[in-house]
Design a protein around this ligand. Structure first.
Ligand SMILES: C[S@@+](CC[C@H](N)C(=O)[O-])C[C@H]1O[C@@H](n2cnc3c(N)ncnc32)[C@H](O)[C@@H]1O
Length: 245
């Protein structure tokens, strides 16, 4: 029975369907103390979160309102898609959209995607990492927050399957120049000091970006940011880094 003296808690704005669509940070086991000396001790295979864990596995970093993961997972039921979004509002908004269409092959994780790749994701399990319109963090003192860093490229290389791809599109010319500087090191035959010795060089092959299955007429990906910036007439930059197979 309701106690009339107690104000009921505000219902959540969106239903992120815990256990079905949304995976909250607390659902992962705590990182063990041994994590720094034994990085493998913190790994957790995300493929088990899907109805059919044997399907090829793709990740989207920074889903925003979830349009890409929603449309691409419906267009390609033969792959599993994990969307990683750290902002609670966008995480639950995207999960709520996926719940409404009962997507069996798409789930949302609320986490810092760079941390997830570094500490949690097992090696060589991901077919594609999608990174679209990643936050540019334009001020120099914030550049450390950009997703694309040498460390991120090392982690992406580790988690990708041989032949796996990192697909990137951005509108931001200055962030693109920053990415290009790093991509040049990671696609060069000679080893730059930033490339860990265990990674054979060239670490990636660079290829042209091909539009996604669910992209609409004249679109590359079909995310909310792409649609907004396209209306503004902004040019886009894109590429694919492929881990040699
Ligand atoms: C500019 S928005 C683009 C959203 C969407 N990809 C699109 O194109 O419409 C970038 C998104 O990435 C998320 N994000 C940025 N860094 C992240 C990180 N390290 N881990 C998870 N999400 C991140 C932000 O919260 C934001 O929702």
């Amino acid at each position: 029975m309701n106690d009339p003296g107690v104000t009921p808690a505000t219902p959540p704005k969106f239903d992120d369907a815990p256990g079905v669509i949304g995976i909250a940070p607390g659902e992962l086991p705590p990182l063990p103390d041994s994590i720094l000396t034994e990085p493998e001790s913190g790994r957790h295979d995300p493929r088990i979160w899907f109805r059919d864990p044997s399907l090829p596995f793709e990740l989207e970093i920074g889903c925003g309102k979830g349009t890409f993961i929603l449309e691409e997972s419906r267009a390609r039921p033969d792959a599993n898609f994990l969307g990683i979004e750290w902002e609670h509002e966008y995480y639950s908004y995207s999960a709520d959209r996926l719940r409404r269409v009962s997507a069996p092959n798409a789930r949302m994780l609320r986490a810092d995607a760079t941390e997830f790749l570094r500490w949690r994701c097992p090696s060589a399990i991901v077919r594609v990492i999608h990174l679209y319109f990643s936050d540019p963090w334009p001020k120099s003192r914030h550049h450390k927050n950009r997703v694309v860093q040498d460390r991120f490229l090392a982690d992406a290389w580790r988690v990708l399957l041989p032949g796996g791809e990192l697909r990137i599109v951005t509108d931001h010319s200055e962030y693109w120049a920053w990415m290009e500087e790093r991509f040049a090191r990671w696609t060069a035959p000679e080893r730059a000091p930033e490339i860990p010795v265990l990674i054979p060089t060239p670490a990636f092959e660079r290829m042209a970006y091909q539009k996604t299955t669910a992209a609409g007429e004249g679109e590359l990906v079909g995310t909310n940011f792409e649609r907004k910036y396209r209306r503004e007439g902004r040019p886009f930059h894109s590429c694919v880094l492929r881990k040699p197979g």
